[in-house]
Design a protein around this ligand. Structure first.
Ligand SMILES: Cc1cc2nc3c(=O)[nH]c(=O)nc-3n(C[C@H](O)[C@H](O)[C@H](O)COP(=O)(O)OP(=O)(O)OC[C@H]3O[C@@H](n4cnc5c(N)ncnc54)[C@H](O)[C@@H]3O)c2cc1C
Length: 433
C-alpha cells in the first residue's frame, strides 16, 4: 500500500487538517542563523516546549526554542483537542501501583494541569473555541462495574463533585448513538482547537521574551559544562537543554527513545452538519470511549464532527486517511454515511509502557519530557511549567513525575515496534470481543 512516511519530516507546513485551515494568527518565525547562546535551549515547539518557554521567560530566563517545522506542527497541532482530568491511568490503578498518597498527589497535579490550560487561555486571550464538558462512553457491558467503582472512588476519596453517571438511555440521548451501554459526564474537562491553542502559547511565550525559531532541526547534542545543540544553520550553547520532541525525537537521546514510543493516530473532520449537529451532541461536549484504541469526537465551532480513531504502529500513514477513519466513525454514527469528509489527517503521539509521562533530568543540564500517552493537552502544558520550576531550582513537583516507573519497551529500538504492534493488536482485538 502506498503511504506517506513521516519518519523524518522535512521543515514543512502544517498537516492538511481542519485545524490548519482554521488557524488564527499564523506567524512565521525565522530559523536560527549562526551561533547563539541562551540560559535554556528548548528543542520542539509543541505544548511541552512552548509552555516551558513561556514559564521560563516569565521567570526571567533567556530562552531559545527551536522547532524543526512550524510551531504546533506535531501532535499539538493535530490532536483531538480533549482536555482530560487526572492522569491517563485511572485512580484505582494508580492507587494499586503507587499507593494512595502518591495517587492523590498525581490526581491533584492532573487537576492543576486542567486548570492551568484554562487559566492560560483566559490570561493570554487565546481564541481556541474552549468548551466545558466531556463524556466517557462504555462500549462493553463488562466494563460498567469498573466505571461505577471509579466514579465512587473519585466522589468519596477525591472530592470530585462534577461527575454525573449516565445510563444507557441517557448516553444515547447525549451522544446521538445507541451503541454505548452507559458512562459518565464531567463538567470541568472539555475541548478546544488544539492548533490555535498552541499558536496562542507561542504568542504568549514570545511576548514574555522567548526567542522562537521555526525550520531549525537539532541534529546533535554535545555534552560538556555547557551543552551545545547543533543545527543545520547554527549552534546554540546553553546552560540547560530541554528535549520536548515527544513522538518525533528521532535519535537525539537513546534513553528517552527506549521508554517513549511513537504511535500514529488519525482524525477526520466532516463537512459542516448544520442542524444535524445538535442531534448528535446536543450539549456539545467532547466524547471518548472505553476502547483500548480509543474513539474520540466532538463538534467544531462550525458544526463539523471531528472524529478520531484508528492507530498504526509502522513508519507509514494509511494512503486514504479519510476512508480509514470514516470506517471507524460509521460504527458509531451510521446515520452519517451520506456526509462528506472534508479533512483527514494523521499525527504522531508517544506512549510509555505504563501510560504515564516520562519526565527526567537525564544528566546535569539536560531534561526530557514526553510520552503523555494521549493525554498531552493538559499534561504537556503542565510539564512545561514543571520543567521551568525544576530548572529554576524547585524540583519537588517535577520529581513526583520523575520518580514514576518508566521501564524500557521490550525489543529495544529496532524490535519494539513489531513486539508492541503484536501486543496492541491483541488489545484492539479484545475491544471487539
Ligand atoms: C491524532 C492525535 C490525537 C490526540 N488527541 C489528544 C486529545 O484529544 N487530548 C490530549 O490530551 N492529547 C491528545 N493527543 C496527544 C497530544 O497531542 C500530545 O501528547 C501533545 O501534543 C504532545 O505535545 P509535545 O509538545 O510534547 O509534542 P509535539 O506537539 O509532538 O511537538 C514536538 C515537536 O518537536 C519537534 N521536533 C522533533 N524533533 C526535533 C528536532 N530534532 N529539532 C527541532 N524540533 C524537533 C517536532 O517537529 C514537533 O513539532 C493526541 C495526539 C494525536 C497525534
Amino acid at each position: 500500500m502506498a503511504g506517506s512516511s513521516e519518519v523524518k519530516p522535512k521543515a514543512d507546513a502544517h498537516a492538511p487538517s481542519y485545524y490548519a485551515a482554521t488557524a488564527k494568527g499564523l506567524e512565521a518565525h525565522p530559523p536560527l542563523s549562526g551561533d547563539a547562546s541562551a540560559d535554556v535551549c528548548i528543542i520542539g515547539g509543541g505544548y511541552t516546549g512552548l509552555s516551558a518557554a513561556l514559564h521560563l521567560a516569565e521567570r526571567g530566563r533567556s530562552v531559545r526554542l527551536i522547532e524543526a517545522n512550524r510551531l504546533g506542527w506535531g501532535a499539538s497541532g493535530r490532536n483531538g483537542g480533549q482536555l482530560h482530568s487526572g492522569q491517563r491511568r485511572d485512580q484505582s490503578t494508580l492507587e494499586h501501583w503507587l499507593g494512595e498518597a502518591e495517587a492523590q498527589r498525581l490526581f491533584a497535579l492532573g487537576e492543576e494541569a486542567k486548570a492551568l490550560v484554562k487559566s492560560l487561555i483566559r490570561q493570554h486571550s487565546i481564541d481556541c473555541d474552549w468548551r466545558d464538558g466531556l463524556i466517557h462512553a462504555v462500549h462493553k457491558p463488562r466494563y460498567l462495574a469498573d466505571i461505577k467503582t471509579e466514579i465512587s472512588l473519585l466522589r468519596d476519596r477525591y472530592q470530585v463533585s462534577d461527575i454525573t453517571e449516565l445510563s444507557r438511555d441517557e448516553i444515547a440521548a447525549r451522544l446521538g448513538t445507541s451503541v454505548y451501554f452507559g458512562g459518565w459526564r464531567e463538567q470541568s474537562a472539555g475541548h478546544l482547537h488544539p492548533l490555535n491553542y498552541a499558536l496562542g502559547l507561542a504568542r504568549a511565550a514570545k511576548q514574555a521574551g522567548a526567542i522562537l525559531h521555526e525550520g531549525t532541526r537539532a541534529i546533535r547534542l554535545t555534552q560538556g559544562a555547557k551543552p551545545q545543540v547543533v543545527t543545520e544553520s547554527g549552534t546554540l550553547t546553553a546552560q540547560t537543554v530541554i528535549l520536548a520532541c515527544n513522538g518525533y525525537l528521532h535519535g537525539l537521546d537513546a534513553d528517552t527513545e527506549a521508554r517513549v514510543m511513537p504511535l500514529h493516530n488519525f482524525v477526520l473532520a466532516t463537512e459542516p452538519l448544520g442542524e444535524r449537529a445538535a442531534k448528535l451532541i446536543p450539549g456539545r461536549e467532547a466524547a471518548g470511549d472505553s476502547r483500548f484504541v480509543v474513539y474520540y469526537w466532538r463538534l467544531s465551532a462550525d458544526n463539523r464532527l471531528i472524529f478520531g480513531g484508528g492507530e498504526t504502529y509502522g513508519p507509514r500513514f494509511p494512503s486514504d486517511i479519510k476512508g480509514f477513519v470514516r470506517n471507524h466513525m460509521l460504527k458509531i454514527y451510521p446515520q452519517l454515511s451520506d456526509i462528506k469528509i472534508d479533512y483527514g489527517w494523521g499525527g504522531t503521539l508517544a506512549v510509555t509502557m505504563k501510560r504515564l509521562p516520562y519526565m527526567r533530568r537525564l544528566r546535569p543540564g539536560l531534561y526530557t519530557s514526553g510520552g503523555y500517552s494521549g493525554q498531552g493537552v493538559g499534561t504537556a502544558t503542565f510539564a512545561g511549567k514543571l520543567l521551568a520550576e525544576a530548572i529554576c531550582g524547585e524540583q519537588d513537583r517535577f520529581d513526583i513525575f520523575s520518580r514514576l516507573p518508566a521501564p524500557p519497551f521490550p525489543g529495544g529500538r529496532l524490535l519494539r515496534h513489531p513486539t508492541m504492534a503484536l501486543a496492541m493488536m491483541w488489545y484492539a482485538l479484545r475491544d471487539r470481543l
